[in-house]
Every structure is written in structure tokens, then in C-alpha cells.
Design a protein around this ligand. Sequence first.
Ligand SMILES: [Zn+2]
Ligand SMILES: [Zn+2]
Length: 441
Amino acid sequence: MSHRLIACENCDYLHVEEEIPTGSVAYCVRCGSPLYRAAQVRFDKPLALAVTAFLLFLIANSYPVLTFAMEGRVETNTLSSGVLTFWREGFLFLAIMVAVTSVLAPLVLILAHIYVLLPISLNRQVPGMQQVWRILAIIRPWSMLDVFLIGLLVALTKLTDFADVIAGPAFFAICCLIPTVLLMNITLDPRYVWRRLAPANLRYPTSEDIGNQQGSDQQDRALLTCHTCSMVVLGGGHENVRCPRCGAMVHHRKPRSLSRSWALLLAAVILYVPANVFPIMTVTYLGRAEADTILSGVSALVRAGEWPIAIVVFTASILVPIIKILLLGWVYIATALGLSGPLKERTLIYRITELIGRWSMVDVFMVSILAALVKLGNIATVQPGFGAVAFCGVVILTMLSAMAFDPRLIWDRAGMQTVKRPRLASVKTDHDRVENQGIPS
Ligand SMILES: [Zn+2]
Ligand SMILES: [Zn+2]
């Protein structure tokens, strides 16, 4: 056993990394967050999936997503039509956000995998592999094609009542692209990629490095965790050092984490009011213009009897933002006050808010699709409204707030960071659950 160390990124508890069966997941023994998921040590499978994803992405961007026919007139849209429409109508912020989340981030994500995995598979080195793999950590949360697909389904439901809508080749390409990217992520173990990218003479700190020094606070602070590649780094008493493996700056904790998270959350709360008061779009149908807010959009779906879609939109656009703001606010207050109590549950709440926030982009994508498709003058037109800008702002700000927060503070402030000897993670396989919490000799 290598006795290599791995720290939980949610509570900073130290574990000894061990080989676990393929497909199983190692969890933190203290807060229960997943530490790592073991995949096969092979790069050809994820590489093939990345190339497939790239081809699907090209199809998704070259052919129509939807074809909309009404009163003898036909309109089609591509993946980037919504971006162009927002741009032309003067909604710059929305154009940039939709471009990043539905086109740029997915493209960079796929290309970065090919750029790094192809040389690794061929046992070669090309310049900038580490930098490219580092960018992935920043890009990943902003790639939202899965949310875009839901927005597409909502738009489809709204249109089928008064026009003929046909799904184009790009629609099916997007449907295939999402599971392909998912499979690419599952078959790839990022730990092995980082080990391949590491400098040849890199030495990993092991449990022997801290073996005799337990109980000393200073020793605890000397161990830092790289937020980009998860390597445990010997800080040598410094608060900030460069990670010897990926080159990113490593901090003891994210700098000014609580104040930044608070500021971003408060900005989101303020924007939440115009996001619900102003219309997200104005629909002109047969000469009559009607403004739609988020809430009126949901009630229109209910009136039309589209219950499943109404529930999806209500959950994504109304429930999720409110719940996320309330839960994050609670986590920040409890952390600032250093409350003890259910720390494990508080960490879980934080992890959930980090996961669900992006799904609120559904309404923004829906407006971008409708505005790009429905452009028939007085017969039928959809124009974006200021409410969509404010709402997109709420989603982005709450996401940034959750990213700025350092969940390890939950445990710091409650006085839980005393040095303990690293333990083995608890490992869950697909069939059984093995509690493997022994202390290594
Ligand atoms: Zn943990
Ligand atoms: Zn690193």
C-alpha cells in the first residue's frame, strides 16, 4: 500500500488512499462526502467517448434543433440561434451566459479531454497538458447541455399547442451527447490523469510524514490540499504555496471565503425581486401582446394541462432558487457563528445546494429557444424581457456564492479540526458496503 494521503475537500479530514475495486466509491469517514471513485486505469475508452462527443457536438451545432411551422411560414433554430437573438435584441449578458453554458463550456470540456487523453494514450507529452487539465476544474460546472435539453423540452411543450414543431438532427445529437459525456466522466478516473501529468520526481506526502507529529496544531496547518488536483501538499508552515503537481496556488482555506459568499448571496437576494416582478418574455400572438413572468409561465402550463412540465418549471425556477438561497444563508450563518450540532448534515446540505443550482437555468434557455424560433411579426413573436436577465443573474450569483464558500470552515469554526491520524475511507461497492475504517499500522 502506498500510504498516500488524501484529504476530504468538504471537511479536510485526512485519509490514506488505497486501491479499491473498480466502480466503487470511497467516502469520507467523518462527513460522508465522496473522496474518489475508482475507474479502470485506461485512457482509450474515455478518449473514444470524447471523440464521439466531439462529433455529436459538431452535428448539434451544424443542423437545426427545432423546425417551427405556422401559417405557411417555417423557422429553424440551431444551438447558437438563441445567443444571436439575445445579442441582436441588446441582451448582452444573456447572450454571453447562454453562449458560455450551452456552447463554449461543453466544447472546451470535450476538447480538453481529447487534448490530454490522446497524448497520454500514445505515451507522449505535449506542451500545456497540465494547464489544460487545470482549466477543466473551472469549466466543468458551467457546462449545462443537460439543463439546455430540459429547456428545449419546455419550449417544445409551449409551442406544440399552436404550431407544428419538428425536432431536427441537432435535437437528437444533443440527446446522445449528454449520456456520452456522462459515460466519459464515469470511465475516467481523474486521479490517474493527474498522476500521469505529475513531474517524474514528484514525491507524495504519506502517513509516515505526519506519523510522529500528531496532536500538534502546526503540523495540521503544514498540510494543505490543492483544490484543483486534490493533492495533499506539505506547506512547510506557509499559508500559500504552489502545488508541485498541477502548479495551482494552494491555500489553507479559500481566501475571504465567508465574506465573498455572503456578498454574492445578498446580491442574488436583491436581484430575486426584479426576476419575479418583471416579465421574462413578451409573447405576441395574432396581434395581442402578453407579458409572461416566471410565475405566470407556470400557471399557463397548469391551465394548458401540461402538469409534468409545469412541475419541472415550478421546481427549477421557483422552488430551487428559494431553497438554495435559504439553505446557503443558514449554512453561512451557522458557520459564522461557529455553531456545533449536525455538521455532517450541514455539509450535505451545502453539497446539495452546489449540485442543484444550475438546473434553474431551464427558464433562461427556454426563453432563448422561443425568442430565436418565434419570429413571425404580428402573427407570433417572442421577445426576451428584463426578468430573464435578473433571473439569470440570480442563478449565476448563487452558483458563484456556493463556489466561493469553503465547506471546511463549517468544521473549523465548530472547533473540530484537531489532528487525528489518517484513516482509511469507507468504501461502497455496487453490491455491498464495506466499512473499512481501520487505522493503518
Ligand atoms: Zn469529509
Ligand atoms: Zn494541484
